[in-house]
Design a protein around this ligand. Structure first.
Ligand code: MEV
Length: 416
């Protein structure tokens, strides 16, 4: 079935929810959860964290126009910053002209690390590798769920690190965590095999913990943005120059990547992911060659169209964790209609690339303040008490006067 999501931003809340509900086959109860602002109850919050005193909500919006690997998506985003959802939708609309985003995510291996000290590293490594099967079997005995579906601990590797406190052996356990984010199972397995590692190496284990540097859960992909839709050849060329700035200057790269994370974290928030893990891995990956740089690359094809590429670690899950608990995270995952964590990783990666495109396009042409100020003016107008049909008039007047303030909004309202 084809869904008309054109001019989504002009619809009222009920119309937007109706479109999303039809698109994702939401139940009455799910619609009600969205309408009731869908957060968690205090009782749930109290079970999640210590010393809870309440809950805290953020805007949930829908980015439209996303075609990823030939499939259409409505992409839920949870973010407090204006312009991000509009920017993602606009980028996705331009990308769609050339078929949308082509994304890949091949593996979902989590990495667990076991730190062993007081050992002769070389001989300990030999012993560990010889006992790989026994260690993997023990690790897998800690998770029936993964083993049953042919996932679980798959490989053991060892490395030596030389520290101020002497050499250490680091044993790394590679675990196929399937559709889970997998932090818990990774930590359980690491703790579970630690005594055996001590026995085999005659060393002392200190840490047994997941690495958030998820380089075995990469998502990558590209999109082509047609030059006319981007704003012409000069804008395409300026975007490429803007990218080169980020590629060669850390101060710019951090801001450039922050724009990418605007897209990534908004979708990750909506689907209940561990956003700190995603951020930490992304920035480490941006420095993988010893210098912090851009997580995307921009170039043009032979016809002068803009081609973007992103590659980023993406450890996400669609089972377990907060997704089991948070009603809105569950609904957002349903709106995406994802069948696997890998599909979710592809969407999140595409949202990052889309966001970066829109930021660069705005920065390399009119700048970002104009758009920001329009939105800011809308918020001010609403805060001053303007009704829906008064908002446009107020925004126009305040922006043309260059005076966007609550006082001026109230004055204009008075005049109206
Ligand atoms: C603002 O949240 C993000 C940008 O600063 C990103 C960028 O500069 O590329 C607009």
């Amino acid at each position: 079935m084809k869904f008309d999501v054109s001019r989504f931003f002009e619809k009222d809340r009920k119309e937007r929810i109706d479109i999303v509900a039809k698109f994702a086959n939401l139940t009455e109860q799910e619609i009600q959860t969205l309408e009731n602002s869908g957060g968690i109850s205090f009782e749930q919050a109290d079970k999640m964290v210590e010393n809870a005193i309440g809950t805290f909500s953020f805007p949930l919006g829908i980015a439209t126009n996303f075609t990823i690997n030939k499939k259409e998506y409505l992409v839920p985003m949870v973010i407090e910053e204006p312009s991000v959802i509009a920017a993602a939708s606009k980028a996705a609309k331009i990308a769609k002209i050339r078929g949308g985003f082509e994304m890949q995510n091949d593996e979902s291996y989590s990495i667990g690390q076991i730190q062993v000290v007081n050992v002769d590293v070389d001989s300990a490594m030999q012993k560990i590798l010889k006992s790989s099967k026994e260690i993997l079997d023990l690790a897998n005995s800690k998770s029936n769920t993964l083993s049953k579906i042919g996932k679980g601990a798959k490989e053991i590797s060892c490395k030596e690190i030389r520290t101020d406190a002497g050499p250490m052996l680091i044993v790394e356990l590679l675990i196929d965590v399937g559709d889970a984010m997998g932090a818990n199972v990774t930590n359980t397995m690491c703790e579970g095999i630690a005594p055996l590692i001590e026995k085999i190496t005659n060393g002392k284990v200190i840490l047994r913990i997941l690495s958030n540097y998820s380089t075995r859960r990469m998502v990558s992909g590209t999109a082509t943005f047609e030059k006319e839709a981007v704003g012409g050849q000069e804008t395409v060329d300026n975007i490429i120059l803007a990218y080169q700035f980020a590629a060669y200057d850390e101060y710019r790269a951090v801001t450039h990547n922050k724009g990418i994370m605007n897209g990534i974290i908004a979708v990750a928030n909506a689907t209940g992911q561990d956003t700190r893990a995603i951020e930490a891995a992304a920035h480490a990956y941006a420095s993988k060659n010893g210098r912090y740089t851009s997580l995307t690359q921009w170039d043009k094809d032979n016809d002068g169209n803009l081609v973007g590429r992103i590659e980023i670690p993406m450890s996400v899950g669609i089972v377990g964790g907060i997704i089991n608990v948070h009603p809105t995270a569950k609904i957002c995952t349903k709106i995406l209609g994802v069948q696997s964590a890998s599909e979710l990783a592809c969407i999140i990666g595409a949202a990052g690339l889309a966001q970066n495109f829109s930021a660069l396009r705005a920065l390399a042409s009119e700048g970002i303040q104009k758009g920001h100020m329009r939105l800011h003016a809308r918020n001010i107008a609403a805060a001053a008490g303007a009704t829906n049909d008064q908002i446009d008039t107020l925004v126009k007047k305040m922006t043309s006067e260059g005076n966007i303030s609550i006082n001026r909004a109230r004055e204009i309202l008075g005049e109206l």
